[in-house]
Write a protein that binds this ligand. Structure first.
Ligand code: F0G
Length: 457
């Protein structure tokens, strides 16, 4: 029997969601050209498109919105945020920005340029894009177990250390940064172990390469280390987080995830003062003055408070408990996913769900469309539909994975919503063999999955 970890909160305010009929949903998704990004959110019952900026703030955070200091320079909320961030991460040099990709835009051009390389356990899309915008090339270097959804290793987000060493030998001083993404979103929200981070840190130190933490889900990663890595059982989350950040030279962070706010981001630089001067200069040009970084004072206040709540043990235990509960329900129904369950959701193996649908008819997108029609659940494809075409030949690329991502927002949905998701999967499984795939009828030249039109084949 799947066990549900009770919520460490009660509900004080609710948001109504529209209950739709199957006919209404079929009409809505048809009008959206079978692209879930084109749906109006009021037509969605359970929105699992992302866990980013879709989290529920606490009453303490909402109260902070009223107390936020809107001064252009030197506001109280800025100082509150700095105090909290310095305490959690152990850094003195911290810059606030409006979201994760803004942090990347500010930092990456200071680290790399044309002809350079950056290596990661797996780049998130925008992170890869900002490496490329800076003129450099991005190379993924994830541990091979990540590529097998049935393998239940504890730390499938890890860097492949042997391969990293080879890449560092091969590209030498052209490698300007190593990026550790915690948790590893693209590999299914899989964590990185402290041992792996220590090994990468020591390699980077030896070679003089800047090690950046892509820290969007740092608290979830720390929770996994505490629960899974021998020697960390008795460490506090704060101690684990401090060690993680002490092993790197800096971090870029989307605060829209673990800091439980709707908008925000952070940059941290451990020692390099000159680099931090560059960060501040770029921030003023792109984001706004240093003490607001593209956010309102009220957002800074909510972020300061959210950071504190996001690293609480009870919050993380409940958070992972909810995802694990859903994972256990689906596993009992024989539904395959990137296992074990990820820190921010489940990545369903759509290739296993629809083995007869070829990659060019997009099993991950097909499952996403059918989940919506069945129960108003919005998810997204992380597979060939998202990957797109070869830039030279224009041929459809074949993704290593065909996932449908169920990203679970923090503190938003309840146990009965999880049960409903299971029921939808059970219904779809019965019809799976006769399900047809989808084909693209129109696509824009870049990042097509956000806008493309599709129809059933
Ligand atoms: N890094 C990682 C690992 C991310 O998952 C994201 C965003 C970013 C950077 C960029 O941050 O959105 O604040 O600019 N991930 C979201 C997602 C969008 O749905 O996984 P951002």
């Amino acid at each position: 029997m799947a066990k549900y970890v009770p919520e460490p909160f009660r509900i004080k305010m609710v948001e109504k969601i529209k209950m739709t009929t199957r006919e209404e949903r079929e009409e809505a998704i048809r009008k959206a050209h079978y692209n879930l990004f084109n749906l109006r959110s009021r037509m969605v019952y359970i929105d699992l498109l992302t866990d980013s900026g879709t989290n529920a703030m606490s009453e303490w955070q909402w109260a902070g919105l009223v107390e936020g200091d809107e001064a252009y320079a030197g506001g109280e909320s800025y100082y509150h945020l700095m105090d909290v961030a310095k305490d959690i991460f152990g850094y003195d040099m911290i810059q606030v920005v409006h979201q994760g990709r803004a942090a990347e835009k500010v930092v990456f051009p200071l680290l790399m340029g044309k002809g350079d390389y950056a290596i990661s356990n797996m780049f998130f899309d925008t992170t890869r894009a900002h490496v490329e915008i800076a003129g450099a090339r991005a190379i993924d270097c994830v541990t091979p177990s990540a590529l097998d959804p049935t393998c239940k290793d504890d730390f499938k987000g890890n860097m492949d250390i042997e391969k990293l060493e080879k890449l560092l030998d091969e590209y030498g001083n052209k490698v300007k940064a190593v990026v550790m993404t915690v948790t590893n979103n693209s590999a299914g929200g899989q964590p990185v172990s402290m041992a792996n981070l220590r090994a990468v840190s020591s390699l980077c130190k030896d070679r003089g390469v800047f090690l950046n933490l892509d820290a969007a889900r740092f608290a979830e990663n720390a929770y996994f280390i505490k629960m899974r890595e021998p020697g960390f059982e008795n460490h506090t989350l704060k101690e684990i987080i401090r060690e993680m950040f002490s092993l790197v030279d800096g971090f870029t962070m989307s605060a829209k995830k673990d800091a439980i706010v709707n908008m925000g981001g952070l940059i941290g630089i451990k020692e390099n003062q000159q680099l931090f001067e560059g960060v501040k200069a770029n921030c003023i040009s792109f984001e706004g003055f240093i003490t607001y970084g593209g956010l309102s004072g009220r957002d800074l206040e909510a972020l300061a408070r959210g950071l504190e709540e996001g690293v609480e043990y009870e919050q993380l235990e409940y958070r992972y408990g909810q995802i694990k509960y859903l994972a256990d329900l689906l596993e009992a129904e024989g539904i395959a996913f990137q296992s074990p369950a990820g820190g921010h959701g489940l990545f369903i193996d759509a290739k296993a769900f629809y083995p007869h649908i070829p990659y060019y008819h997009f099993p991950g997108q097909t499952l996403a469309i059918e989940l919506y029609k069945e129960a108003g659940i919005r998810t997204c494809d992380i597979g060939s539909f998202m990957l797109g075409n070869d830039p030279d030949t224009k041929e459809q690329l074949k993704s290593q994975f065909e996932f449908t991502r169920l990203a679970i927002p923090r503190r938003v949905y309840t146990q009965s919503h999880m049960d409903l998701i299971r029921d939808a999967f059970v219904a779809l499984k019965e019809k799976a063999a006769s399900q047809k795939g989808y084909k693209i009828t129109w696509e824009p030249p870049i990042l097509r999955h956000f806008q493309a039109h599709l129809e059933e084949v």
